[in-house]
Design a protein around this ligand. Structure first.
Ligand code: AHR
Length: 349
């Protein structure tokens, strides 16, 4: 018995030593970062909190940021991947404040819950630039400006395409049975794209049967599509809120023995999606497995840099900076769509 107690004591001691070691290492890492940062006096220091690495769009966005804020260009970038967790992003921002970076760039996972930490950045006098998605704060002065996509406009373009396509094919609006594989709930991209579809379904009399989140990933897209096919036997249009989900949904549809394509009248299931970054998705669009893609442009690095330069010169950039985006389809039956009086030519993927 005594021996067991001694052994347990030794194991506990080893565990405690290991844990303390880990904690010190974390603190050491942070010290090193702070020390390196103070060496970087001649650089413009930027803390970038990226929300995660869920999609090809996100990887392209991260590459654009890392490729822009380089030491050769006069920047010292501290990059933190939030792993899809807002708590990690908040911790990263607090670390940037402690390190006294010149600018904080935030790509927020979701819109709500940023007031306190952005207030801390404001009190520290550090300008915050939002990129890609937005935040929902009571005080808009908590961030300097935002650059990204008009997600609802992307949705209006794709739903205008669906309307034009189905009209040309003589498909009755109420025979359009749609499921929406949504993005990560509460993110600006999901909110805008889901709102756009809901409005279009109401206005056109389409049957929007279900909305389920696929978290912007291929694996979840496949999983939820699999479940939706078991739940409904009349799905003929899948609206995926990004290309990775579309690739997963196509796998599920093909595994179920159904055919993906634009010939709804003959029983094919039409897939539409957003981004136009992933090579497989673009290939699917060329083959007709994805009928239409509304572009979401991820190359924000140079755009954020331009905003930082303006702020550095003491200028006031526009608060909201929208990116121009295209719409792709290999089907020639619809040549253009008009949204809010603007005409968008349909481009080949
Ligand atoms: O916020 C932009 C969206 O986030 C992209 O459409 C999606 O692919 C990404 O994960």
């Amino acid at each position: 018995m005594k021996k067991i107690i001694i052994n347990l004591g030794i194991i506990t001691l080893l565990c405690v030593t290991f844990l303390v070691g880990c904690m010190l290492k974390t603190e050491d890492d942070q010290d090193i970062a702070t020390e390196e940062l103070s060496k970087a006096d001649s650089y413009i220091t930027v803390g970038f909190s990226q929300l995660g690495a869920e999609s090809d769009w996100r990887s392209a966005n991260t590459d654009s940021m890392l490729g822009t804020f380089t030491e050769q260009e006069g920047y010292y970038l501290v990059y933190k991947n939030g792993q899809q967790k807002q708590a990690n992003q908040i911790t990263a921002i607090r670390m940037f404040i402690q390190q006294e970076v010149d600018y904080i760039v935030l790509a927020p996972a979701t819109e709500d819950g940023w007031d306190s930490v952005l207030g801390e950045a404001k009190d520290a006098g550090i300008p915050v630039i939002l990129v890609d998605r937005r935040v929902n704060t009571s005080d808009k002065t908590l961030y300097s400006c935002w650059v990204g996509s008009d997600f609802e406009l992307e949705s209006k373009k794709i739903t205008a395409w669906i309307k034009a396509y189905t009209e040309k094919k003589g498909i009755d609006p109420k025979d359009l049975h749609i499921v929406n594989i949504q993005g990560s709930l509460g993110s600006t991209a999901q909110l805008g794209r889901s709102r756009g579809l809901k409005n279009a379904a109401r206005e056109n009399g389409w049957d929007l049967m279900a909305e389920v989140s696929g978290d912007f990933t291929e694996a979840k897209g496949q999983e939820v599509m699999d479940a939706l096919l078991k739940r409904f036997d009349n799905i003929n249009l899948v609206y995926c809120e990004n290309d990775n989900e579309a690739i997963g949904a196509i796998k599920a549809i093909e595994n179920s023995g159904r055919k993906v394509g634009s010939d709804i009248a003959s029983g094919e299931i039409m897939v539409v999606s957003f981004d136009g970054v992933n090579e497989t998705a673009l290939e699917y669009a060329r083959e007709g497995k994805i009928s239409c893609i509304a572009e979401c442009n991820p190359l924000h690095g140079p755009r954020v840099e331009a905003l930082i330069e303006m702020l550095g010169r003491g200028e006031n950039p526009l608060k909201y900076n929208y990116v121009d985006e295209k719409i792709f389809s290999s089907l020639s039956v619809v040549e253009s769509v008009t949204v809010d009086e603007n005409v968008y030519e349909i481009e080949r993927p």
